[in-house]
Design a binder for this molecule. Sequence first.
Ligand code: GLV
Length: 329
Amino acid sequence: MSATVYVTRPLPQELLTALAAVCELRLASGEAPLSSRNLPAEVRDCAGIICLLTDQIDADLVAALPQLKFVSSISVGVDHIDVDALTARSIALGHTPGVLVDATADLAFALLLAAARRLGEADRFVRAGQWRADNAWSPDFFLGKDVSGATLGLIGMGAIGQAVARRAAGFGMRVLSWNRTPRAVAGVVAVPLEELLANSDFVSVHVARTQQTLGLLDAARIAQMKKGAVLINTARGGIVDEQALARALDSGDLYAAGLDVYDSEPLSPGSPLLTHPRVVLAPHIGSATAATRRAMVTRALDNALAAVTSRQMPYCANPQVYEGAPPPA
Ligand code: GLV
């Protein structure tokens, strides 16, 4: 036992026992996310970092930590990490795929339903005391969009996209999908992206944020969406052009949006999305259920334990670091 592992946020004590038995765990003293601009002295001699998606592990940070042997992120997405900078130094990167699929698909569907049926607006209306005897109900009161029988277009057919497709089937929706490498899924019709955008009443984004997906839904692609469609994003900000989305909502080309992720998080107070009544906003809570978060922490700690005990991480985002390595004992 000698390695020191830096943990950027307090984690449930009972989950840390196995790791604490084989290394020294050093908990960050502050709350500010780790970054190359905020690099506390206590991280400098650490062999490992257990971090969150708000920590920014960029090339400068990696260069400043010569002892670093592994990073384990409590997230499935790794776009807050310069994976190439880690891989170049054979630093293994752990992440947590699988365990947050259902929670994230549930939130995507919750946003879809909330946006379609104007739940954010309706909730604000009741709380503001605007629901009165003289307007209590009328045939056109708070009309929304039908979900049942509508067409849902899924951009990205990984595990989360497929889980959303299963939920959509329960709502009697027709499901179209687009994936960079086409993927056949029962009950889902794979189509070119343009066709998906032109024919979907609801579009839900489920691709990782990479160089290829940044700006995927730019102004031109948003303009290709069916008039009156609803856009849902629980994947990552930066994939959707937020300014173009706001303009399409203002012009009425799009009906509504349900968003959990943003270009910059927290969402800037100046964002036009904040003032649009038909945008349902959530603060990046796709995986936020107690069981899911516990499973994510467990998976991240399993990755760290493997690294500290010279084994291959079970969930490694850059497995090429193990190429040519001797098989685990
Ligand atoms: C959540 O967004 C994650 O990447 O885990």
